[in-house]
Design a protein around this ligand. Structure first.
Ligand SMILES: Nc1ncnc2c1ncn2[C@@H]1O[C@H](COP(=O)(O)OP(=O)(O)OP(=O)(O)O)[C@@H](O)[C@H]1O
Ligand SMILES: [Mg+2]
Length: 282
């Protein structure tokens, strides 16, 4: 049984007003337990709107979203949803406001009404998962670098011990080193803890090597879906504006656009090199 099941979901902002906007348009997809789904698409393609259905923050205008087999439209399942699905918003460090890193991460478990020992245990564990030690725990989050604050914000969601981790552009605004650290820690959570991960990104590079499946959104519609290699191999992807392609794919796609018989379903620089050598004859 899929852990996330989205069936024919529409979401309309401000219905019946001049600002009416269908942000999600008839999307159907499912995510299995332990899977890593990457969601890509241009600005305004509906990525954030879609994932906010997963923890009940938004309720579908029509269609159905089920998490662990439970329809999220049922009010009684809302509280459970908050525990099951951890949502890391875009620029989540803007929501850190306590005096210390430890208190920021402990905020969620404390609100669950857990005893102090369990709160401390979860907090230390979550900080360790993002690679932060006790020396950092006593500092105010505002004193940390952008990359470290991002990791504190991710830890604050991990401390809730969610079964499903949803991250909205978790690498936005980070330098290459910071991006790599965050991507690797997310991959580790999926591989070692078997957490189901849904990650939004503008950058195909971020998702092609990590994700089991990729969903490509355009104007609220799911236009491509599948294993990264399958999605890259489809010519439709080359026409999607607003997705940042890795350099090697730009070369491969340019060769395909010139009519060269090139396999675009590749995910690494090494594969691109081999493909270019093959097509251009050494
Ligand atoms: N609160 C809102 N009220 C009205 N319209 C909204 C609201 N939030 C988003 N929209 C509109 O819905 C559409 C989808 O927005 P959404 O934020 O889901 O896209 P996105 O793919 O996450 O974009 P980005 O890459 O910029 O984060 C856009 O046209 C946006 O302007
Ligand atoms: Mg967004």
């Amino acid at each position: 049984m899929p852990i996330i099941e989205v069936k024919n979901v529409d979401y309309v902002y401000c219905p019946g007003t001049p600002y009416e906007k269908k942000a999600v348009d008839n999307v159907t997809l499912s995510v299995s337990q332990g899977e890593f789904l990457g969601i890509v698409g241009a600005n305004g393609s509906g990525k954030s709107t879609l994932v906010q259905h997963f923890n009940g923050l938004l309720a579908a205008t029509s269609g159905q979203v089920s998490i662990c087999g439970q329809d999220t439209a049922h009010k009684q399942s809302r509280n459970e949803l908050w525990r099951k699905v951890g949502l890391v918003f875009q620029y989540p460090e803007q929501q850190l406001f306590e005096d210390t890193v430890f208190a920021d991460v402990a905020y969620g478990p404390r609100n669950l009404g857990l005893d102090a020992g369990e709160v401390a245990h979860r907090t230390s564990r979550a900080l360790a998962k993002v690679g932060l030690d006790s020396a950092v725990a006593g500092l105010p989050s505002v004193c940390l670098s952008g990359g470290l604050r991002r990791r504190v914000a991710i830890a604050s969601v991990l401390a809730m011990q969610p079964e499903i981790l949803v991250l909205d552009e978790p690498t936005a605004g980070l330098d290459p080193g910071g991006r790599e650290v965050v991507l690797q820690l997310i991959k580790k959570l999926q591989q070692e803890d078997h957490t189901t991960v849904v990650m939004i990104s503008h950058s195909l590079q971020d998702v092609i090597t990590l994700a089991d499946n990729i969903a490509v959104l355009e104007q609220g519609k799911l236009i491509l879906y599948g294993h990264p290699r399958e999605v890259l191999a489809q010519s439709g992807l080359r026409k999607v504006a607003g997705i940042i392609l890795p350099d090697f794919l730009q070369v491969i796609f340019a060769l395909a656009a010139r009519g060269k018989s090139v396999n675009t379903g590749i995910t690494t620089l090494e594969e691109a090199e081999a493909e270019i050598v093959k097509v251009l004859g050494g």
